[in-house]
Design a protein. Structure first.
Lengths: 265, 163
C-alpha cells in the first residue's frame, strides 16, 4: 500500500467512523452558560486569593512593625486618622497622589459606595492615578505604589494579553488593585476591604455595609444573595451592575468584601 | 485544491464575523476531530464544549479563531484519558466471534488510536480535516518540519498495520 492509497483510506475511513459515531455537538446556550459560570468562579478565586495575600501582607507588616519598635514611622503616607497605614512598599515611594477634592467624589464623603463595576465614583478600567485620587477624596492622600511584575488575577487570559504588571494601594484595610501591560499603564481592576477601619462607611447604594451579616444583605437583595456552602460566612451579591463577594464570619469576626479582575483585559 | 470535509469550507482561512457563526460552522467538525483523537464520544463532546468555552471567553482577543479552536480541541483531546482508559467501546458491529464482520473504518480508527498521542493528532488533522502541513504547524504551534517527520513516522506505522 503506497502513501496515496493509505492517505485515501484514512480519509475515507476516518470520515465514515466519525459520521457513524452518533456524536452530539455542543449547544451554544450551554457553552455561554459555562463561560459565565467560569467567570464567576474566576472572580471568587481572585477575591479569595486577594484575601489570602492581604492576610499575609498584614502579618508581614505586623512583624516588621514589632521589630522596628517605637522608632518606626509611616513614610510617604498622609493618613487621615491616627491608625498607621500600610502600602506594599511605602519606604521606597516618596511621592504621593493628591486627593481629588471636589471632583470624582460620591457627593457624600461620609460613605464610599461599593459597586460591582467600580468603587465610589470611579469605574473599573480607569487609570490608576484617577482611581487613587477619587478614593483619596474620602480617605486621604496615599503613597504612589511601586508596580511589580506578575498578575493578581487568575486565568491565563491576563498573561496572554500581556497584563503582567500590577500594583496595590491600601487605605486602612481598603485595597485598590491595578493591573496593566506596564508600569505606566495600570488600570483599576479590583477593590478589596478587609477589616476596614477608615473614617467612612463602605456600603452599597442600597445600604448594606461591609461587616453586616448575611441576613441584612438578604433583606435588601433577596435571592440575589447566594452563599458559598464550602466557605461559611461568605456569599456573593448580584448587584445590578455587577457582582461582589462578601464575607462575614461569625466565628472569626472577619468582615471583608471585594471584587477583583473586572473587566478582563 | 484541498477537498472539503463534510461540506465544510477550509476553516482556517475564514475570518468568522461572530462567535455564533464560528460555532455553527465548527461544532460538528470539531466534535468529530475530538472523537477521532480520543475514540470516546463522551470525552469528545466534553472536550469540544470546553474548547468553545475557551474561545468564547477570549473572543475579540484571538486573531485566528479557527486555528485557536482547533488547538484547544487537540490539546484537550490529548490531555484526556484514552478510550481504553475511559472504558468506552467504539460503536461497531460485532467481530468475527459474533458472526458479523468488523467494519473497515473501525479497523482504521483502531489503528489510528494505537498511535502515540501527538502523531495521532497529526494524522487526524492531515487526513480527516485535510489541513496542510503549514496549517497543522500553525494549529499545534510546532515547526512544519516536525509535522512532516511526525506524519512520515505515523504513516509508516499505519502502513504495517493496515496492509
Amino acid at each position: 500500500m503506497d502513501d496515496l492509497q493509505i492517505a485515501e483510506r484514512l480519509r475515507t475511513d476516518l470520515t465514515r467512523a466519525a459520521d457513524t459515531a452518533l456524536l452530539v455537538p455542543p449547544e451554544l446556550e450551554a457553552v455561554q452558560a459555562s463561560a459565565a459560570a467560569r467567570r464567576r468562579r474566576s472572580v471568587l478565586a481572585g477575591v479569595l486569593a486577594a484575601a489570602a495575600a492581604l492576610v499575609l501582607l498584614a502579618g508581614a507588616v505586623a512583624v516588621v512593625a514589632r521589630d522596628d519598635g517605637r522608632d518606626r514611622t509611616t513614610t510617604g503616607i498622609q493618613p487621615p486618622t491616627t491608625r498607621p497605614v500600610t502600602t506594599p512598599t511605602p519606604s521606597t515611594v516618596p511621592s504621593t497622589v493628591p486627593s481629588a477634592a471636589g471632583s470624582g467624589g460620591d457627593g457624600d464623603t461620609s460613605s464610599l459606595t461599593l459597586r460591582g463595576d467600580g468603587l465610589g465614583a470611579v469605574d473599573f478600567g480607569a487609570p490608576m492615578d484617577q482611581a487613587i485620587a477619587a478614593v483619596a477624596t474620602h480617605l486621604g492622600d496615599v503613597a504612589r505604589p511601586q508596580p511589580k511584575a506578575g498578575t493578581p488575577c487568575p486565568g491565563d487570559q491576563w498573561v496572554e494579553a500581556g497584563w503582567d504588571t500590577f500594583a496595590t494601594v491600601v487605605w486602612q484595610g481598603l485595597t485598590l488593585v491595578f493591573a496593566g501591560p506596564d508600569a505606566s499603564s495600570l488600570h483599576f481592576v479590583g477593590w478589596f476591604a478587609l477589616d476596614f477601619d477608615g473614617p467612612v462607611n463602605l456600603a452599597t447604594v442600597e445600604g448594606p455595609r461591609v461587616g453586616d451579616p448575611v441576613a441584612v444583605w438578604r433583606a435588601t437583595y433577596g435571592s440575589r444573595v447566594v452563599e458559598f456552602p464550602e466557605v461559611p460566612g461568605m456569599f456573593r451579591v448580584a448587584l445590578p451592575e455587577g457582582e461582589i463577594v462578601v464575607n462575614h464570619s461569625e466565628v472569626g469576626g472577619d468582615a471583608s468584601a471585594g471584587t477583583l479582575c473586572v473587566p478582563e483585559p | 485544491m484541498r477537498a472539503q470535509v463534510s461540506g465544510q469550507p477550509p476553516a482556517l482561512t475564514l475570518a468568522a464575523e461572530t462567535f455564533e457563526e464560528l460555532f455553527a460552522r465548527e461544532r460538528g467538525p470539531m466534535v468529530r476531530v475530538a472523537y477521532l483523537i480520543t475514540g470516546s464520544r463522551a470525552v469528545a463532546e466534553e472536550v469540544t464544549h470546553d474548547a468553545f468555552v475557551r474561545v468564547y471567553q477570549r473572543w475579540g482577543r484571538i486573531e485566528r479563531p479557527g486555528a485557536y479552536l482547533r488547538r484547544c480541541v487537540v490539546n484537550g483531546a490529548l490531555g484526556t484519558r484514552s478510550r481504553r482508559e475511559h472504558g468506552e467501546r467504539l460503536t461497531r458491529s460485532l467481530g468475527p466471534w459474533g458472526g458479523a464482520e468488523t467494519a473497515d473504518h473501525d479497523h482504521t480508527l483502531d489503528a489510528v488510536l494505537r498511535l502515540p498521542p501527538r502523531p495521532r493528532a497529526l494524522v487526524v488533522l492531515r487526513f480527516y480535516e485535510q489541513l496542510s502541513v503549514d496549517e497543522i504547524a500553525e494549529v499545534l504551534q510546532i515547526p512544519a518540519g516536525t509535522v512532516k517527520s511526525g506524519l512520515h513516522r505515523a504513516l509508516a506505522q499505519l502502513r504495517e498495520v493496515l496492509a
